[in-house]
Write a protein of this length. Structure first.
Lengths: 184, 457
């Protein structure tokens, strides 16, 4: 069975998921995973879908494009490549990095560069920049996985140094503290 | 995936509401250090404590940094010295206190507790020597804390021991007169003392405990106060049942922090984890006060009518939330009301909103007792003993822990200010009814028998 990744982008409005999933149902496709988010007023959705053998990717793309065009949505579709042989991932520790500070260009680039240097993988990033100098209006929250053998002290120090250069307040905490406080 | 709200609310608790782990306390069993030879005893105590505690502070700091939560105090509690040094004289026990002080300084902890005797039913020879040694031991050391259990629901109230404590407090105050009697700030008298308190000055390691244990004291009065303020801001019509629910949820979060940090410190040190003490422990800082919570609940100040009911609500909700958050709960577990250590309560004492009588009344519904109360310097040992006896009676009859930490400030009178410094804070000296006279009642001595509710078997 062929699998594809479909991404849908456009202004958010009621009925987008319903419209996409109706086309997929009519084309006899099976939705395996969906994730959607909205940033400001923009919708982004990713669907992993398995297609029946008699349906071509081009024809599914065509039907989706026709149905989504009236809603002002763009549709991209790409084949899902088979998963490579499983590699053993290093044991990781999860940290949450939160920054607040005046808006300027290069904040995400500056912090994510340090994370990458320590082989950290960003598993979730939420950032809101409303602009201006109010630190509360400009927040980045990174959830990262860092290999356990990485020097935690060095990571903390490097992040703090970079935050200082960028005039950001930074907090770095192991993820477990949030789990402990908020989850039963 | 964590939500933005979960992350930002945690940071708010840490940065603006003084959420921290108030103390990680390492309990060290010294029972097998006992020896008839003083030098050998001192040597064994020193070796045992320094071996177990040498990296306590650095491990607590590393874990505090990992989670972004400060572990404010690192402390040590040892087996009751009256038992460990039962064969020693009182002057030899002062020497032992000096060793405890020195080793505490070496491993960089701010307090070491356990200069302790358990005398609720009778005073043994070693207990007597220890009580006699207390004034000099506390006046000549910086970090040693003493506690004496003089009453229990099962044994009754040992009035002979209470009178000895009245004398010891008076002498300790005189020996530290230049520092407003600060030696007394390191001395607690208890009824029903728990074996696993992590908070000072009452911490000691109980006879029934293991070789070493990590106990944790959480805090968080600022977090509770802010949660109440926010709730009333968004809905002014909340009733007290809803407020209790809110405090419960907040106590849950605070306790989870303590448990997480305590478990990890214990794992790292390869020492058994003991308990989380669910207490609202204030410091003399704005925003870290138990007293402020009463004002958030609508009272003019702690001490005015309504205080006891409000404290009962707070204390119960803290326990309910905490007990759900951790299955290893112990110590004192309740709200502390140390007058000089809480800026707001100290201010209430200055303005006359709260006095000795109301403080005693509210200890019937909260955890500790008459804590860090500065009294006139001419308060007699009889009166001190009588105040202790009253407080012990509340604990014994209500089957709960109560304690006193009383400081008769030498040379000062009611209305004057006493300064203890640091976490111990400062306070206006409050008056004592009939304080300067003898009290024949306490001089009768003997044992006030255990109450009928002790017969539970």
């Amino acid at each position: 069975m062929n699998k594809v990744i479909i991404s849908i982008l456009g202004h958010d409005r009621p009925g987008i998921v319903a419209a996409v999933s109706r086309v997929l149902f009519e084309q006899n496709c099976n939705i395996e995973n969906v994730s959607q988010t909205t940033l400001q007023f923009e919708f982004a959705g990713i669907f992993i879908v398995s297609m029946p053998a008699d349906l071509s990717r081009q024809s599914l793309h065509q039907s989706l494009k026709e149905q989504m065009a009236p809603l002002g949505l763009e549709v991209h579709i790409t084949p899902l490549k088979p998963i490579p042989a499983p590699v053993s991932l290093p044991e990781c520790e999860s940290y949450i990095i939160t920054t607040k500070g005046p808006d300027r260009k290069g904040l995400v680039a500056g912090i994510s560069e340090v994370i990458a240097k320590f082989e950290g993988n960003i598993t979730n990033l939420q950032a809101v920049f409303k602009g201006g100098d109010d630190p509360g209006d400009n927040i980045m929250i990174y959830e990262i996985d860092v290999p356990a053998q990485i020097d935690q002290q060095a990571l903390y120090q490097a992040l703090r140094r970079r935050a200082k250069e960028l005039k950001l307040e930074i907090d770095i905490q192991h993820r477990n503290i949030f789990e402990a406080i908020h989850r039963i | 995936m964590l939500t933005q709200r979960e992350i930002l609310s945690t940071l708010e608790m840490l940065k603006n509401e003084n959420l921290d782990v108030r103390t990680v306390t390492l309990g060290v069993n010294l029972l097998d250090c006992a020896s008839h030879d003083l030098d050998r005893l001192k040597d064994k105590i020193h070796t045992r404590i320094s071996h177990l505690a040498h990296n306590l502070v650095s491990v607590c700091d590393q874990i505090g940094q990992k989670y972004g939560i400060p572990v404010v105090n690192k402390r040590i509690a040892v087996s009751p010295i009256a038992v460990v040094g039962a064969s020693m004289s009182s002057s030899q026990l002062v020497d032992v206190a000096r060793v405890l002080d020195a080793v505490a300084a070496e491993v960089n902890v701010d307090f070491i507790g356990g200069f302790t005797a358990l005398v609720e039913k009778g005073v043994a020879r070693g207990d007597h020597a220890l009580i006699e040694a207390i004034p000099e031991a506390l006046a000549n050391t910086e970090r040693v804390c003493a506690s004496v259990n003089v009453a229990s629901t099962k044994a009754g109230i040992n009035m002979d021991a209470i009178l000895l404590m009245g004398k010891a407090i008076k002498k300790a105050a005189d020996l530290s007169a230049k520092a407003d009697g600060i030696a007394c700030a390191k001395l607690c008298v208890f009824a029903n003392i728990p074996q696993d308190i992590p908070f000072m000055a009452g911490a000691y390691l109980g006879i029934g405990e293991a070789d070493a244990v990590i106990n944790v004291g959480v805090s968080g009065p600022g977090v509770v106060k802010n949660a109440i303020d926010r709730a009333f801001e968004s809905d002014a019509k909340l009733d007290l049942g809803q407020i209790s629910e809110l405090i419960k949820k907040t106590a849950y979060k605070v306790t989870r922090v303590g448990e997480l940090i305590g478990q990890e410190v214990a794992n790292r040190l390869n020492i058994k984890f003991g308990v989380v003490d669910l207490s609202l422990a204030p410091t003399p800082n704005v925003g870290d006060s138990v007293g402020e919570i009463f004002q958030s609940l609508g009272l003019l100040s702690i001490g005015v009518p309504g205080t006891t009911a409000a404290l009962a609500l707070i204390n119960d909700a803290v326990k309910k939330g905490g007990a759900f958050a951790s299955s290893r709960v112990g110590g004192l577990s309740g709200a502390f009301i140390p007058v000089s250590e809480d800026l707001n309560i100290s201010e209430a004492a200055r303005k006359g909103h709260i006095g000795l009588e109301k403080l005693e009344a509210i200890t019937a519904v909260c955890s500790v007792g008459l804590d860090m109360i500065a009294l006139p310097g001419d308060t007699t040992e009889d009166t001190l003993a009588a105040i202790i006896a009253d407080e012990m009676a509340i604990g014994v009859i209500n089957n709960k822990t109560t304690a006193t930490r009383l400081i008769p400030v030498p040379g000062k009178k009611a209305g004057d200010k006493a300064y203890f410094g640091g976490l111990l804070g400062q306070s206006t000296i409050i008056p004592v009814n009939n304080g300067r006279n003898l009290n024949p009642f306490v001089r009768h001595g003997g044992l006030i028998p255990a109450p009928i509710q002790s017969l539970t078997n």
